[in-house]
Design a protein around this ligand. Sequence first.
Ligand SMILES: Cc1cc2nc3c(=O)[nH]c(=O)nc-3n(C[C@H](O)[C@H](O)[C@H](O)COP(=O)(O)OP(=O)(O)OC[C@H]3O[C@@H](n4cnc5c(N)ncnc54)[C@H](O)[C@@H]3O)c2cc1C
Length: 535
Amino acid sequence: MNKPVLLVVDDDAQVLAAVRRDLRSRYRESYMVVSASSGEEALATVRELKARGDALALVISDQRMPGIQGTEVLARSREVYPLARRVMLTAYSDIDAAVKAINEAHLDHYLAKPWDPPEERLFPVVDDLLDSWQAEYLPEATGLRLIGHQWSPQSHAIKDFLASNLVPYRWLDVERNPDARSLLDAAGVQAHELPALVFEDGSVLRSPEPREVAAKLGRPLSAAFDVYDLVIVGAGPAGLAAAVYGASEGLRTLLLDQHAPGGQAGSSSRIENYLGFPAGVSGSELTRRAVTQAQRLGAEFLVPLEAIGVSIEAGYKRLALGDGREIVTRTLLAATGMAYREHPAPGMSEFAGAGVYYGASATEAPVLAGRRVVVVGGGNSAGQSAMYLSRYAKDVQIVVRSESLRESMSQYLVEQIAKTPNVRLRPLTQVERVEGSGHVERVAFQPTGGGPSQVEDVDAVFVFIGTRPRSDWLPAGVRREKSAISSSRFGKYLSASVSTTPALTVFTRMPRGPSSCASARTSASSAAFDAPMKP
Ligand SMILES: Cc1cc2nc3c(=O)[nH]c(=O)nc-3n(C[C@H](O)[C@H](O)[C@H](O)COP(=O)(O)OP(=O)(O)OC[C@H]3O[C@@H](n4cnc5c(N)ncnc54)[C@H](O)[C@@H]3O)c2cc1C
């Protein structure tokens, strides 16, 4: 197999030669640097690479060229290689165009010319983009393969577990993919043993639970120490931020999560309002960075591991875990965030994981190519999900009870939706029931103002109708804020990582003596300061 490709596009021969030279000097061991002197040539190269089965890791394109412009090169190469990272090369005077292109071409970065010295202004950007590309890329025919039935809830659970934990895998639908059958025969897997996870060394897990998968992947499942300074339950943005601060203060810090790092944010296809990411960032990329940062600073991380209760003895907190074990800590920080609210309509719970999904659009979207999907809800998460699904599904309907999305969704998403031909809004409507045989096949829509329901063929339903706090595992003595019951739309990241977050509660033993669990604190970062120093 050829090395993955870095494609550089510029109509200025001197600039093109300089970028090519710099990239080759640093990346030639692992990548092949290919250049094109026009947009037309670049797109022809992209098509040729695809036809040859080569991987495209990065496209760096000038914006102003005769003929096809840089934004179009980047947008169209994304259609062929969705994972390829996209960088625009701009003259200083073109920065406005680059900022505009962030939305249109979904740029990952823009680089101002000249980029000298490359060690400071080019390589750090490219290193970073290639690291994130590597984290998602899986070469054809190698790596982890998951074989199962598309509408099986167990297959969905494993897919979701792998994707949320940033483990690249290839999905093979046993009914649609001819390779699946031959792989199953070779591995000696019977139909009733699906889903099956086939590892690169040929070993197989049959109908596995997420914990078995984690163990097989070599993920630690038990704590390294008997006592911690800080244990953080929940590895969403709040928990990850707290782990970074705890570990960086020298506290013995353990972070655990029942599912995966990233929390709700991890399932976001593109977060636009996180400080320091002008081109937006995907939830998985943000998570990858945060986990790396926390671990580099010394935080220990265990997943999947559920906290089910807490008791306090002489100021120490005993955390009861779902696997029957306990962890002792001086300070416990609960950053368990929110759980999706279940949709009450008949059929929703019956088909959960079999066509009805909560927040899992990134996992399921690629297999919904050419199908019809419904997104229920009018918030930002519903909007992001609809936009992401529109890249695969042929028809995406957003179902809301209100008249429009303006009250509940950010303006930038409302505009993106309006411009996307295969996404349409179904206002003043609610889902009455979901029907099908073994999986979702039809949805009955009911006008909120009354009148007859309409039944339509639908392949999948994604539900985003709000969240509820996940604080029920905490003892009754813990004070809970009323605001934890509703989830506000704005400033959640700020609240999660810097100041108050509704579902965030810290039990702390203050430096001069134990305190009760009623002394709840509400700052992720303050955990690091409130917790006593290591003995
Ligand atoms: C699709 C989507 C897109 C979004 N986009 C944006 C956006 O663009 N901008 C924005 O500002 N906000 C966005 N949000 C909202 C944002 O993601 C949340 O506000 C944020 O994730 C909250 O962080 P958190 O750490 O408090 O909790 P959560 O993200 O809810 O994380 C809580 C974690 O705790 C774990 N957990 C729960 N209970 C237990 C237990 N008992 N034991 C162990 N672990 C447990 C969960 O598995 C989870 O990983 C989006 C949300 C979604 C769903």
